[in-house]
Design a protein around this ligand. Structure first.
Ligand code: DQA
Length: 151
């Protein structure tokens, strides 16, 4: 099976965008690390990024169908700024029954107040913030662990 890793707005700029906050690794670097880790766990990787909220909704719905059929262990979701704005993403996680681990590279709680609220957190299986790329890797491990527990 695969693990889905879904990235939201502006994460395509990773490595160039505010490196003091987000680090100097690019999204391609993040994808490579995730792919290596997933392979070590016997998982394929479906890694995507979109600047459009609606596309993330569609991908969560697809992921939910893949979880139902046993093809996916769930989604690592870094929804970027949509985290703080999007009821649609929250509804997609719930409606499509996607085991979701919310990830943020930066420690959103140490930043502006508007980053402290997440529409995703209450419906996520877990949340990893502030650990950079390592957060993605921990989230993949956790999804694999809980998928085995469900099986
Ligand atoms: C982010 C944190 C969000 O507040 C921000 O809008 C992002 C990136 C992170 O990974 O730290 O785009 O999700």
């Amino acid at each position: 099976s695969v693990v889905h890793v879904l990235n939201g707005p502006n994460l395509n700029l990773l490595g160039h965008r505010e490196p003091a906050v987000y680090g100097d690794e690019t999204l391609a670097d993040v994808e490579m690390r995730c792919r290596r880790l997933a392979a070590g766990l016997g998982l394929g990787l479906d890694f995507r990024q979109s600047n459009e909220e609606g596309e993330l909704v569609t991908w969560l719905q697809e992921c939910g169908a893949d979880v139902a059929s046993g093809r996916s262990v769930g989604a690592v979701l870094n929804a970027g700024a949509c985290t703080h704005t999007s009821v649609a993403l929250r509804d997609a996680v719930v409606g499509a029954e996607v085991p979701t681990i919310e990830v943020h590279l930066s420690n959103v709680h140490a930043r502006e107040a508007f980053r402290h609220h997440s529409f995703i957190s209450p419906v996520a299986r877990g949340v990893v913030v502030g650990l950079g790329v390592v957060g993605y890797e921990l989230a993949i491990r956790a999804l694999q662990h809980y998928a085995e527990e469900r099986a």
